[in-house]
Ligand binder design. Structure first.
Ligand code: 2NL
Length: 376
């Protein structure tokens, strides 16, 4: 009888609400209000959720908790879906429970997320802490090449005397390298054995004179310049020869330039480079592009001219070639030799570097061994 009665109530309730998983006829359910049952259910979901949130030690574990509860197939989502079956009259109350629960869980998730992110950041900052008081690793510094040191010294000296510096192309027309310098056909240096030809008209320059010829052709006088740069000669390789080396040529053209200007200039240069007490000596020579031509020797800066292993007992060391610019060279570049005269010189940069830094084999200059380079 009692059971029959209970069954009737249950039937009435069933019409009002239908909850998933509900077993008709159980005493517990009918003795309490549906809203309270949902509330209990929500409370247990919330309790479990907060527990799991507290236990989550990683962000992805926390995310898993969120998905299990608030995700598409989440526990709370299931309750929310069940709302459509709640009687109209109970909905505001049940809805408020659900929202409260969801807000509490979301807030807890939010807090936990912030806490875990902060912890992760602190962890990272701790791991990445740099102790600025630790001694640093020694980094090997590069070093200027002896050629560069010598070139900068030469440039300093000539710039100090009012010279300009001009660089030109390493690949040059045969005309600028030979013809414009009065170098005749059949001249040994012009030979294919000595010069790298690209084709019949173009070569790798054998001297930097071409740069100066370009300057003369511009017709802006006077000229007072040096032209440093790489040059090429198909020489044999040994302690004093390389197929590629460097030259610093100089050119001065003005009205009234004489051989004494050349001598004075190069003497000042030699003293600046090798020391105050350096003596210079000019020996007659021949170049097709200068007339007269000379080679300049400096007194040996090692033995002061007495003769030593360094100067091979001579007391003198040859350092450059020079001369008065040949009138034909001036004419070919459009300068009137009756109005203008000039002098020119050519210095082998490696030769200066070897002498100044007492290096006895030119090949050392091209190996770029840092143990060698860092000595100068
Ligand atoms: C050397 C020394 C020299 C020149 C180069 C020169 C340049 C022009 C006109 C005239 Cl544009 N001369 N340069 C002059 C004398 C010597 O170099 O031992 N050369 C093989």
């Amino acid at each position: 009888m009692v059971y029959w009665y209970l069954f009737r109530i249950q039937g009435a309730l069933d019409k009002k609400i239908r909850l998933p998983g509900r077993i008709p006829g159980t005493k517990v359910r009918i003795e309490r209000g549906v809203d309270e049952m949902i509330k209990d259910n929500l409370e247990s979901i919330q309790k479990k959720a907060l527990q799991q949130i507290r236990e989550a030690k990683q962000l992805d574990a926390l995310n898993e908790v969120r998905v299990n509860i608030l995700g598409k197939k989440g526990e709370l989502t299931a309750v929310l879906k069940g709302m459509k079956d709640v009687a109209e009259a109970d909905r505001p109350k049940v809805g408020a429970f659900v929202n409260e629960t969801r807000d509490a869980i979301e807030k807890s998730l939010e807090d936990a997320k912030r806490r875990l992110e902060e912890a992760a950041l602190n962890e990272r900052l701790k791991a990445e802490t740099i102790d600025v008081t630790l001694p640093s690793k020694k980094m090997g510094l590069g070093h200027r090449h002896p050629n560069t040191i010598a070139l900068e010294e030469l440039e300093r000296i000539f710039i100090g005397m009012g010279y300009g510096v001009a660089e030109g192309p390493e690949v040059e027309k045969v005309y600028y390298n030979f013809e414009a310098l009065n170098i005749p056909d059949g001249y040994p240096a012009k030979d294919e054995q000595d010069t790298f030809y690209i084709n019949g008209d173009i070569l790798l320059r054998t001297q930097t004179s071409g740069t100066q010829v370009h300057e003369m052709e511009k017709g802006r006088l006077p000229i007072k310049m040096i032209s440093p740069g790489r040059v090429f000669r198909s020489d044999e390789v040994d302690a004093t020869h390389s197929p590629s080396f460097h030259q610093v040529e100089g050119l001065v053209i003005d009205k009234g330039i004489s051989f004494s200007d050349l001598k004075g200039t190069l003497e000042v240069f030699a003293r600046e480079l090798f020391g105050e007490d350096t003596k210079v000596k000019f020996r007659p020579h021949h170049f097709p592009f200068t007339e007269p031509s000379a080679e300049m020797d400096v007194s040996c800066f090692k033995c002061k001219g007495k003769g030593c292993r360094f100067c091979k007992g001579e007391g003198w060391i040859e350092i450059l070639g020079c001369g008065m610019v040949h009138p034909h060279v001036l004419e070919m570049s459009g300068i009137d030799p009756k109005e203008y005269t000039g002098f020119a010189f050519g210095i082998g940069l490696e030769r200066i570097a070897l002498l100044k830094y007492e290096i006895d084999d030119m090949r050392l200059l091209y190996e770029n061994d840092i143990r060698f380079l860092s000595q100068f």
